[in-house]
Design a protein around this ligand. Structure first.
Ligand SMILES: Cc1cc2nc3c(=O)[nH]c(=O)nc-3n(C[C@H](O)[C@H](O)[C@H](O)COP(=O)(O)O)c2cc1C
Ligand SMILES: Nc1ncnc2c1ncn2[C@@H]1O[C@H](COP(=O)(O)OP(=O)(O)OP(=O)(O)O)[C@@H](O)[C@H]1O
Length: 320
């Protein structure tokens, strides 16, 4: 998948495409249904399947710290879009200048002149341009004038609820991990590179791989039973904490994972940590020793939960 970083990097060879536009945070099942239409249409028209997305996401520019937590970082979004079969990703730097572009300019300058859009697929609620003034009917009108077609997809629902990034964040915040998985089409996970921590964990028998979340705010917090990919050729079970570590006066939010029965150096590795089950909220303990005893209990509960779940999943369907 080709990545175009910023509208100033659009070249004449990018002219002519089947396009969709949006945040695509999570690249959930609703997004995937829409993206599959884009890919199918692009094949039929022998054009490139193109996605326009924004970095930062518009609300992150407008609301700053109050913007909702991200489901997927840009890197994860890129990988998921590639998996669905998108050919080209245009990542627009969403700054105040871009935000003041009128809906008319957005269509005429960007969609028509620069991208030469031939077919546009958008969701039923899509709005664009300064003040969110542009809508579906305006695009249809512009399409007639400039010779491109516009279709609006129907809402993709799970259990009669429209799948959306907002609904998934809500499910995660309510500890409804299975509900979130049904909407994402895959379990919720956090990816990142293991960095050096304070190395206190090993002193209490619980070495942890630390994945700094940097400026990322996650829609989850607390202690979880997890499944980790990227540490070994097979998934490794473990227990993880997403939080600020108040007992040891941690400042930055971080993901820390202790892998069961695993003894190898993981510094620098890219891990994917799948959160399977929430055990409890993070809390401040009166001593490091009390925290240690609680982590022992967490690890035991996580082991039991994960092995019960794996037994159910691995049991052959014919009951043998
Ligand atoms: C399963 C698990 C649960 C944890 N729960 C808490 C908690 O409730 N409160 C807290 O302050 N820190 C918690 N921590 C973070 C520990 O404070 C941290 O792992 C320990 O200080 C080691 O840090 P280090 O990896 O930087 O050496 C937890 C860590 C793990 C692995
Ligand atoms: N469930 C869905 N069914 C069909 N189209 C969808 C669905 N969810 C999103 N889309 C469409 O996918 C495109 C990108 O969506 P976008 O990420 O902006 O919205 P979203 O997932 O609904 O997130 P939010 O909850 O923040 O509104 C838009 O055109 C949107 O209308």
């Amino acid at each position: 998948m080709e990545l175009i970083r910023g509208i100033h990097n659009i070249q004449p060879q990018h002219h002519g495409c089947v396009l969709t536009i949006g945040n695509f945070d999570g690249v959930h099942l609703g997004h995937q249904a829409l993206l599959r239409q884009v890919v199918a249409k692009a094949h039929a028209m022998q054009l490139t399947a193109t996605v326009m997305t924004f970095e930062p996401q518009p609300l992150e520019l407008f609301a700053g710290d109050k913007a909702p937590a991200r489901l997927t970082r840009f890197r994860d979004k890129y990988l998921q879009l590639k998996k669905v079969g998108i050919d080209r990703l245009l990542c627009v730097n969403f700054n105040h200048h871009f935000a003041t572009m009128s809906a008319e300019d957005f269509v005429e300058c960007l969609l028509v002149k620069q991208l030469g859009v031939k077919f546009l697929v958008i969701g039923d609620d899509f709005r664009f341009g300064q003040g969110r003034n542009g809508d579906f009917s305006m695009l249809v009108e512009a399409g007639r004038k400039h010779g491109f077609e516009v279709v609006s997809t129907q809402s993709f629902c799970v259990s009669e609820q429209r799948v959306s990034s907002t609904a998934i964040r809500q499910a995660l915040a309510n500890n409804e991990l299975e509900q979130a998985e049904m909407m994402l089409g895959r379990p919720y996970s956090i990816r990142g590179r293991v960095s050096h921590g304070r190395k206190l964990g090993r002193t209490i028998g619980f070495p942890t791989a630390n994945i700094p979340l940097k400026r990322r705010v996650t829609p989850v917090a607390g202690v979880y039973a997890v499944e980790v990919y990227g540490a070994d050729s097979r998934p490794v079970m473990g227990v993880a904490n997403v939080g600020h570590r108040p007992t040891v006066k941690g400042v930055r939010q971080q993901l820390e994972v202790h892998l069961f029965d695993f003894h190898a150096d993981l510094y620098g590795h890219q891990l994917e940590v799948v959160l399977r089950h929430k055990l409890r909220d993070e809390k401040k303990f009166e001593s490091f020793d009390a925290l240690k005893r609680q982590i022992e209990r967490d690890a035991q509960t996580a082991r039991v939960w994960l092995s019960e779940r794996n037994n159910v999943q691995l049991r052959p369907s014919n009951g043998i």
